[in-house]
Write a protein that binds this ligand. Sequence first.
Ligand code: CP
Ligand code: NVA
Length: 331
Amino acid sequence: MNLQGRDFLTLKDYTSEEITYLLELAADLKKKKKEGIPHDQLKGKSVALIFEKSSTRTRCAFEVAAYDLGMHSTYLDNKSSQMGKKESIPDTARVLSRIYDGIEYRGFGQDIVENLAKHSSVPVWNGLTNEVHPTQVLADMLTIQEHLGDLKGKKLVFMGDARYNMANSLMIGCAKMGMHFVACTNKDYFPNSELVAYCQAEAAKSGGSVSLIEDAMAAVVGADIIYTDVWVSMGESEAVWADRIEALSPYKVTTQIMKTAGPQAIFMHCLPAFHDMGTDIGRRVEEKFGMNELEVEDAVFESAQSVVFDEAENRLHTIKAIMAATLGYKR
Ligand code: CP
Ligand code: NVA
């Protein structure tokens, strides 16, 4: 498998064999890291990490992964770089390509990262856009393998805003890997019908399936994975909270939902999560709407079925695999 020179912009661009290879490489690199075996094969290379939105996991994973592979990294935020304000995306891509061996981008529209990749002569990796979050899904797949064995045939129920990056990327990933993806939400929050059609066609080839359902209790029976994400994503206005709470409250992951799913089910969340009053936004929502937990109950988040911190750790190993594979690391 040779992925050298490839961009990583959406899982749509990757075959199931390529995704499997990246997961195997990530597991390998994770083992090396745990055993203290150096894997700094990319010594001398450098990567640029552009973040137009905030991040804890993705930024830290890219920085530490780059360090472990022997690379230098530069963090660029939208305040301190010229990108978008004084310098266009194509110019930024051409400048950074002359200096760096790879570029990560987190920001708004998918068209921005696609444009960056079009004008860049080095690999570009998508660290989250409004539309997709493919590095997260690779970490989620590794976590599912670790807890449940195979991906094939597993049923993943996504509850919440299924029109946004997380649900979109999970749906693409599940469809490619022969999994059963269920978007369980209010019909106004179902994913885009074109993307659903694309994923249903992929699922038909892989033996998986994609379905949309509004009845939460019916949707979760027999699920292997219950997955949720925040109801209001980065870059959205706080004014949408009232509508989201009204429409999505029936899709909160509760102990009753986990019980209905069954003891085999694991709980997943890309994080950050509103499961208690430990955040500014959480406290503001509590003051305004009287809710002290949002998309997931604290009891579920803290339960033995929750694997959220395994997912967070696996961001490091899977992001490392993406950079390694596309920059010519030899296994
Ligand atoms: N899950 C995730 O992407 O987290 P950050 O926003 O902290 O990077
Ligand atoms: N949907 C969330 C995902 C965060 C990792 C957001 O875009 O803010």
